[in-house]
Design a protein around this ligand. Structure first.
Ligand code: ADP
Ligand code: ZN
Length: 442
């Protein structure tokens, strides 16, 4: 990762737990895991599963015994009434959030007052790790509502003591005015929405680099390293990645430090595994696999071995920032976003990476998968500048070919590339929709 010459951020660490020696951290994890096994017995799903496996706290001798615990899937949550996984009496519930429902019926998650405190502390940790200071003003353009992004980041910023502009999502022109007039130096939203803001600013005759933003914390959807460089150049800011999901706690599961070399997982609260999604065996360190999390401090709704369907890799070598926690790579995609084309597994992020390698194409794209006959076909719609399409058909043909070749190199599939005029594709104010799979029944 090249150092950004304009911004040097001092490395600050918020909590001692981020730097525990591995033996101390693992002892803490085991102790908390045992307590969690007792606590989740209040949930019928877990009581039955733990009973079947003869699992008691005393029978967990080391962290390896985690593998004896049952998995929890999104289907397990969906199949039951909302809040069926509640592990505390209803009167202890302080807040209910829901997942965004990106892949189907949303699921609900509950927090106790204590959980809310834990959560804001975890968000504060990654924000501090990524340079947030109390003198900053943070513009939050995440939706405030059932989605965990808005409130999660809001209370995290508050814990750091910075000022907040809770702009929420939508009305991009107004967002730009607020950022400019209230002098926000930090932006919080999805990476795709940051691009929408940059584009709208230019249309208003404003160079996005003139906005006062200097840092950004992006999450909630997959994005590529190429996209990071593009957004940083557009606004002249430093962008950090953070990851989380509602079932585990929301944002705050992991985030980048100033080194920006992987996201530190907050292991004193979550035990992570990286498994082959087919065999459910651990993959070797550094190899991509499905992330599985066990929440070991949550009160209201701690899930055991929650299968995220997010594909990433883990590595444990020490980070120069001093944190001792395991780091995760970018999420290359979700297993449910992945599409299989004639036997090749493809993630939208690969298409994005290819597009951003080609001068003249843009990060505004949509992938359409269909099966007109017996074979799968993929069409990639990409926005370009209108001059290129209208003024020179030969240049357009060349560009299409170049994009197709780059996609083939990165993703290993052949695609039909369609160049479309600017603004033809829908802009997102939250998570961008990248794939339409017409093979799936609606
Ligand atoms: P939903 O599953 O309905 O989208 P959430 O709103 O809880 O529910 O979103 C969590 C999901 O968002 C994660 O499982 C992951 O797929 C995605 N996500 C969150 N942060 C990131 C990130 N930094 N990079 C890639 N994907 C992310
Ligand atoms: Zn670090």
């Amino acid at each position: 990762m090249p150092d950004h010459p304009d911004f040097v951020i001092e490395n600050r660490i918020r909590d001692r737990e981020e730097t525990l020696a591995r033996t101390e951290l693992e002892a803490l994890q085991l102790q908390r895991l045992r307590a969690t096994v007792v606590h989740v017995a209040a949930v019928p799903f877990y009581r039955d599963a733990l009973g079947r496996g003869d699992i008691t706290p005393e029978s967990l001798h080391s962290l390896d015994d985690l593998r004896r615990l049952p998995f929890t899937t999104k289907e397990d949550l969906r199949r039951r009434p909302p809040l069926d996984f509640l592990a505390v009496p209803r009167e202890q519930v302080a807040r209910i959030h829901g997942s965004s429902g990106t892949t189907g019926r949303p699921t609900f998650v509950a927090y106790s007052a204590e959980d809310l405190k834990t959560w804001s502390g975890l968000c504060a940790r990654f924000l501090v790790a990524g340079g947030l200071r109390s003198e900053h003003t943070v513009h939050i353009a995440f939706g405030y509502g059932l989605f965990t992004g808005g409130f999660g980041l809001h209370y995290g910023v508050e814990r750091v003591g910075a000022a907040i502009v809770p702009a929420a999502s939508g009305n991009t022109q107004r967002q730009i005015e607020l950022i400019r007039d209230l002098k926000a130096d930090v932006l919080v939203c999805t990476p795709s929405y940051a691009l929408t803001i940059a584009e709208a600013a230019r249309e208003l005759g404003l160079d996005p680099r003139e906005l006062p933003l200097r840092y950004a914390h992006f999450g909630a959807e997959p994005w590529s390293e190429a996209m990071r460089f593009q957004i940083e150049a557009e606004f002249d800011l430093l962008a950090f990645n953070n990851y989380g999901l509602s079932e585990v706690i929301g944002p705050g599961v992991s985030g980048e430090c100033v080194r920006r070399d992987g996201m530190h997982i907050q292991e004193d609260h979550f035990i992570v595994e990286c498994l082959d999604p087919q065999t459910l065996e651990p993959v070797p360190e550094g190899e991509p696999g499905e992330l599985v999390f066990t929440a070991i401090t949550k009160q209201a709704m701690p899930l055991l071995r929650y299968r995220t369907r997010d594909i990433a890799s883990l590595w444990r070598d020490p980070c120069a920032c001093g944190r001792t926690t395991v780091r995760m790579s970018r999420v290359t995609g979700r297993t449910d976003d992945m599409f299989i084309i004639r036997g090749v597994n493809v993630f939208p992020s690969q298409i994005e990476e290819a597009l951003l390698r080609v001068a003249g194409s843009s990060p505004h794209y949509l992938i359409e998968v269909s099966r007109p006959g017996t074979l799968d076909e993929v069409a990639v719609k990409v926005e370009v500048h209108s001059e290129q399409i209208s003024s020179d058909p030969d240049a357009a043909k060349l560009l299409r070919r170049h994009i197709g070749k780059e996609i083939h190199t990165v993703a290993g599939i052949r695609t039909a590339v369609e160049l479309v005029a600017p603004h033809t594709l829908e802009r997102s104010s939250g998570k961008a929709k990248r794939v339409i799979d017409m093979r799936r029944p609606c």
